[in-house]
Design a protein. Structure first.
Length: 144
């Protein structure tokens, strides 16, 4: 455990006067995240392990949009230390398309429709050519 982490723990248990200047200063610069592009999915992803869950025979319509990080700030987690988090983004022009190799489990149709064919875990790749960005989406197909 680093010296800063110990200082933060001590501050958390009540020794605030000696630690106030140590725990508030971030040792990292998060400006490297500004300008980073990512895909936002609609409907929003809901699962921890799988992004979406559908039944065999059912469909879900996916829509993606490309966003750019406009601002990022340092955040502190007592167990993980310092990291950067996006705290502002904006949508940018870009067409998101979907592909899959799991054609035995799901079928991709026009306009982002995904239909469950058989039980299993499938991956759909959402991508944009300009700006260049990709994201893998995990879909669990249930057999009711």
């Amino acid at each position: 455990m680093t010296r800063r982490r110990w200082a933060f723990v001590l501050c958390a248990v009540g020794v605030v006067a000696a630690c106030s200047d140590i725990s508030s200063d971030s040792p990292i610069d998060c400006n490297y995240l500004v300008g980073y592009h990512f895909i936002v999915m609609q409907p929003p992803t809901t699962g921890v392990i799988y992004d979406y869950t559908i039944n065999v025979g059912d469909s879900i319509r996916l829509a993606g949009s490309v966003h750019r990080v406009d601002a990022a700030t340092p955040t502190f987690d007592p167990l993980g230390g310092w990291s950067c988090a996006s705290n502002g983004s904006s949508q940018v022009p870009g067409v998101v398309t979907f592909t899959t190799n799991d054609t035995q489990l799901i079928r991709l149709h026009a306009n982002g429709w995904v239909r469950g064919l058989s039980f299993g875990s499938a991956t759909v790749t959402a991508s944009s050519a300009s700006p260049l960005v990709t994201d893998d989406i995990d879909i669990l197909v249930y057999s009711p």
